[in-house]
Design a protein around this ligand. Structure first.
Ligand SMILES: [Zn+2]
Ligand SMILES: [Zn+2]
Length: 247
């Protein structure tokens, strides 16, 4: 089964399964009741019940009671880049992100990207953040991309691009097959990510949002941001669906 899962044949097979699945009635990812529309993977009740906090700190994503950009801690040591997320990496958003990670399904990506788009639209309307000229999805190493058959950050970026009318810039690649960052110490993480990315095409524009599924330690996003800034001095924002909770 493992060989099958890693093969191109499997990915083609799975794309076919997804095509059929998206054209037939299916169960809500959270409550298993039938969804109202074939194009939806959440029923209306579960979608309405998804957690959404009105204001989050743009440094560490903790909930705020008023429309401030940053919490007290982040005001004292301001972040290098603004972090925009839909909320915390917890049930039920956690389950939706895992569903996306294991199935190459654009309709599931839409369900999670909708939540993040809501936050971004709110921040753009309040002129709290600048509208990026381009989106860049955090790339996977080709080997990982081949094994998984898709990059979930790409799926999310494509949805956000459509919803917010911002083009995607495909300009960087991942050079190293890096180990999972979470299991490493800070020093190991730095070494692991050293020269992890390279720029393959010229970068244009002034403001760029880097898109990923979850913000955990942030080291991957920071490394990609540094690589981009070495190539061109641009303003960078981090856009992720969720942020793992601070300890
Ligand atoms: Zn439901
Ligand atoms: Zn903060």
């Amino acid at each position: 089964m493992k060989i099958f899962r890693n093969s191109v044949t499997f990915n083609k097979f799975y794309a076919g399964v997804n095509y059929l699945r998206n054209a037939l009635p299916h169960a809500c990812l959270l409550c298993l009741n039938p969804t109202e529309h074939y194009q939806q993977y959440l029923c209306n009740t579960c979608r309405t019940d998804l957690p959404y906090v009105d204001y989050l700190c743009l440094g560490c994503a903790i909930p705020l009671t008023s429309n401030n950009k940053l919490c007290g801690n982040c005001q004292q040591s301001p972040p290098a880049y603004h972090l925009v997320t839909a909320g915390a990496y917890q049930t039920p958003v956690k389950e939706l992100i895992s569903a996306l990670k294991y199935r190459n399904n654009q309709l599931i990506a839409h369900e999670v990207a909708d939540l993040l788009a809501r936050r971004i639209t709110q921040l753009l309307a309040a002129q709290t953040i600048n509208k990026p000229d381009f989106l860049i999805a955090v790339p996977l190493h080709w080997k990982k991309h081949y094994q998984r058959g898709f990059n979930q950050a790409n799926l999310i970026a494509e949805c956000l691009s459509q919803k917010l009318n911002i083009p995607i810039l495909d300009c960087c690649q991942r050079n190293r097959y890096t180990k999972a960052q979470v299991s490493l110490t800070f020093k190991q993480r730095q070494h692991n990510l050293n020269k992890a990315f390279s720029i393959t095409k010229p970068i244009t524009g002034h403001t760029i949002a880097l898109v990923d599924d979850v913000y955990t330690t942030g080291s991957t996003l920071h490394e990609l941001a540094s690589t981009i800034i070495r190539a061109k001095d641009v303003d960078i924002q981090f856009w992720t669906i969720a942020r793992t909770q601070l300890e």
